[in-house]
Design a protein around this ligand. Structure first.
Ligand SMILES: Nc1ncnc2c1ncn2[C@@H]1O[C@H](COP(=O)(O)OP(=O)(O)OP(=O)(O)O)[C@@H](O)[C@H]1O
Ligand code: SF4
Ligand SMILES: [Mg+2]
Length: 350
């Protein structure tokens, strides 16, 4: 597999009346072709700002992508794209699904027409009966209906003529997925795609994204605050906290061998079948640090029950546990205490 996307040392700030909000503070990760990864973390940790940066959607001002940041798509830095290149990349090569479909869809245009518009903007030809032909509005509408069927919308022909407000919440989310996949993007970002939906619909939408990803070999970045929804979709997980990546690894390592106290806390907050109600779920005490003045040491130091003196002074470097598993925590230092910590601290690879 080759790398489709490489995000390198991404730093993004917002300039507000109160000062500079350092939303993303040096994030590095990549996505292989056809791969699904997940970015997980609490509200406000910088997930959507990262997603918007990758889609070229950070408005300057008040946003600012800091010098030195790189977002390489097939090796080219999208931050240097001109208008034309950006318009081809956004919608043609990449697409994003937001949490709030009602806000993301155009309320004044039928769902079918929105798919048609997207197709007409980004595709010149279309495959009909195995032959590549010039895309016309009529063919685009046929394709739109096909997409709506593909995402499981019943009576797709009729539904294509309806407006977003005539759809249920789950159907709107499906419609947005249809729009996103219509141009067969190579990269799809799903930013909390199921948060507003009930649990059964959530599972259906996740299955749909997974199926389409496999069918079309799309790379997916799934963004969520709920580790529970990523297990079946993503092979690799990136855990973000306060604008930083604190741990990364394959799903098995993150779920069964977490190496960062924040990941451990997140895992405790995942709903479990053996707990009768949500009140029994552990929640993470305290609030994330203020991004106007982030702590100088470890970002989690203000809430971590294992916090040591050095944690407040110096940010920990990432420790490598092999197979792409890394965590940035002082507890992995050879001189750190080995007892009463939430994980085994022996280092597999330096
Ligand atoms: N337009 C903006 N102006 C000022 N600050 C912003 C803006 N957009 C985001 N931020 C700040 O950047 C930080 C990261 O926000 P972001 O939306 O990426 O969080 P998130 O991880 O997606 O959270 P959630 O799970 O709630 O969606 C937050 O502190 C937020 O207040
Ligand atoms: S570096 Fe220190 S404060 Fe940060 S997570 Fe590890 S133990 Fe906790
Ligand atoms: Mg968000």
């Amino acid at each position: 597999m080759s790398k489709l996307l490489e995000v390198k040392n991404l730093r993004v700030s917002y300039h507000t009346y109160a000062g500079e909000v350092q939303s993303v503070r040096g994030v590095t990760f990549d996505v292989e072709e056809g791969e699904a990864i997940a970015i997980v973390g609490e509200s406000g940790c910088g997930k959507s700002v990262t997603a918007k940066s990758i889609m070229g959607l950070i408005k300057t001002p008040p946003g600012e992508i800091k010098a030195g940041s790189e977002i390489l798509y097939r090796g080219e830095n999208i931050l240097n794209y001109d208008k034309k290149q950006m318009s081809h990349y956004r919608g043609g090569e990449s697409a994003i699904i937001f949490q709030d479909a009602l806000a993301a869809l155009n309320p004044t245009m039928t769902v079918g027409k929105q798919i048609v518009e997207n197709l007409m903007m980004h595709r010149k030809t279309i495959m009909v009966d195995g032959k590549e032909v010039k895309l016309t509005k009529r063919l685009a509408m046929q394709e739109a209906v096909k997409m709506l069927k593909m995402v499981g919308i019943p009576n797709a022909e009729q539904r294509a003529k309806q407006y977003p407000h005539e759809y249920s919440g789950g159907m709107r989310q499906r419609a947005m997925i249809a729009i996103a996949f219509a141009c067969q993007p190579k990269l799809l970002i799903a930013d909390e795609p199921t948060t507003a939906l009930d649990v059964t619909i959530q599972a259906q939408i996740m299955d749909l994204i997974k199926d389409l990803q496999k069918q079309l070999n799309t790379s997916v970045i799934l963004i969520t605050h709920d580790l529970g929804v990523v297990a079946n979709v993503a092979k690799r997980i990136v855990v973000m906290y306060s604008g930083n990546i604190v741990e990364r690894g394959n799903a098995r390592d993150i779920f069964y061998h977490p190496k960062h106290p924040y990941t451990c806390a997140l895992l405790e907050a995942v709903p479990r079948l053996d707990l009768k109600n949500k009140q029994e779920l552990a929640s993470i005490e305290g609030t994330p640090p203020d991004l106007l003045a982030p702590p100088k040491g470890c970002p989690f130091s203000t809430r971590c029950k294992y916090c040591m003196e050095i944690c407040c002074e110096q940010a920990p470097a990432a420790t490598d546990f092999g197979d792409g598993h890394e965590a940035a925590c002082w507890l992995h230092h050879p001189l750190a205490p080995k007892d009463d910590v939430p994980f085994k601290t022996e280092v597999r690879h330096e």
